[in-house]
Design a protein around this ligand. Structure first.
Ligand code: ITT
Length: 199
């Protein structure tokens, strides 16, 4: 059976394919780029879960196939949870990872180490063409560095140091990151749901 990955973020697609394959999911995973005519859905939700469901339903409706979507972001305690659902466009232009990271570091320049707690959050949604929906969430908690380190991963990975780690997410191997990440946790929890609904 085919399953659409309702995301256009290349970093997410790489991680999702590895996470879902490692969890034993044997479905054909098709990226949303295979459906260029499906317009980007407006992310009008106020939570990660709402936005993940919006994206999954849009692809499931447009393709007639089951779809999974990821909505995720970085939540900084001292900023009251921001950037949160606005993580992809924190500096203005959607998907400009470098500008987003630099703006966030500038905003936190005066914040000392003990007040730099943050977490990545991920909502993993499944939607079927008949409207059935499920959503689960995962988190990775840590602290924010003052300067970026590492070249793996994407987005805010170079500044988030997971609790219990001495390295940033961008210094972990892809396997190490997926084993502990918000996305790994959320999608490993979604796999039994996919099996239950799709076989
Ligand atoms: P799609 O909507 O097409 O899936 P997107 O990049 O717009 O792609 P989001 O709206 O969910 O996705 O934004 C997520 C942003 O949060 C992403 O651009 C990163 O900046 C950040 N982010 C999410 N997961 C991350 C991770 O594992 N490591 C680093 N940054 C992450």
């Amino acid at each position: 059976t085919r399953l659409i990955l309702a995301t256009r973020n290349a970093g997410k697609i790489t991680e999702l394919k590895a996470i879902l394959a490692d969890a034993g999911l044997t479905h054909d995973l098709i990226g949303a780029e295979a459906y260029p005519d499906v317009p980007d859905v407006k992310e009008t939700g106020v939570t990660f879960a709402e936005n993940a469901l919006l994206k999954a339903h849009a692809l499931a409706q447009a393709t007639g196939l089951p779809a999974v979507a990821d909505d995720s972001g970085l939540c900084v305690d001292v900023l009251g949870g921001a950037p949160g659902i606005f993580s992809a466009r924190w500096a203005g232009r959607h998907g400009d990872d470098q500008a987003n990271l630099e703006l966030l570091l500038a905003q936190l320049a005066d914040i000392s180490d003990e007040h730099r707690a943050a977490h990545f959050a991920c909502a993993a949604a499944l939607a079927l063409p008949d409207g059935t929906e499920r959503v689960v969430e995962g988190r990775l908690t840590g602290t924010l560095r003052h300067t970026p380190a590492g070249t793996n991963g994407f987005g805010y990975d170079p500044i988030l140091q997971p609790d219990g780690e001495t390295r940033t997410c961008a210094e972990l191997s892809p396997e190490e990151k997926n084993a502990i990440s918000h996305r790994g946790k959320a999608f490993r929890a979604l796999v039994p749901v996919v099996r239950e609904l799709l076989g």
